[in-house]
Write a protein that binds this ligand. Structure first.
Ligand code: SF4
Ligand code: SF4
Ligand code: SF4
Length: 183
């Protein structure tokens, strides 16, 4: 059954890590599915029981225990890149939804701890397993706020879409060159 709460109101309650553990491609798609009444409200491990309670109140639906098939609730985490092992391949950059990793090809990459949500999306793409998940400690500072996560994710997506459009434009321009049609 479709809920009367707006997608924006539901999305505002989600942590915005974009981790995909709910089974959706980010927080907004999960919010949209919740709004349509197509998803259970207990699928967000980063939000945990507090988010479930807020969603239940907004959607006027009973709260449920976290669905552990999506993951378990844990303390805030942050990743660290082992400088002795990083080969500078840059494969960890595109998957980070909030641009928390900086570096260039053949250079050591580092994590901006004040941006890192601990979403883990950068870990699997690393070919040398040098990205390590750690509990967020006092030295790392406070975890980023959901509103900042959302803003950084929007900027990340916009930049990737712009680059893809530029890449396609270059390919199209090459195809139009006279020599490109010769075998
Ligand atoms: S933070 Fe929660 S809602 Fe957002 S993608 Fe992760 S599991 Fe889904
Ligand atoms: S650095 Fe890794 S764990 Fe941290 S936000 Fe980016 S992808 Fe997620
Ligand atoms: S994917 Fe791993 S090895 Fe490659 S730049 Fe990132 S941290 Fe370094």
């Amino acid at each position: 059954m479709r809920h009367t709460a707006s997608v924006e109101a539901i999305d505002a309650l989600l942590p915005q890590t974009q981790c995909t553990r709910c089974g959706y491609n980010g927080c907004l798609p999960y919010a949209e599915a919740l709004s349509r009444g197509e998803a259970a409200l207990n699928r967000c491990p980063p939000g945990g029981s507090a988010t479930i309670q807020r969603l239940a109140a907004l959607l006027d639906t009973p709260a449920l225990p976290l669905d552990t098939s999506c993951g378990v609730e844990s303390a805030q985490q942050v990743v660290w890149i082992d400088p002795e092992r990083c080969i500078g391949c840059a494969r960890c950059l595109p998957p980070c939804p909030v641009d928390a990793i900086v570096g260039a090809q053949r250079q050591l990459h580092i994590v901006l701890e004040d941006r890192c949500t601990g979403c883990e999306l950068c870990i699997a793409p690393c070919p040398v397993d040098c990205i390590v998940l750690r509990p967020r400690a006092a030295e790392h500072g406070a975890a980023p706020a959901p509103v900042d996560n959302r803003q950084r994710h929007h900027a990340h997506r916009a930049r990737r879409e712009r680059r893809e459009a530029e890449r396609l434009a270059v390919l199209a321009a090459r195809k139009r060159l006279p020599h490109s049609s010769t075998p």
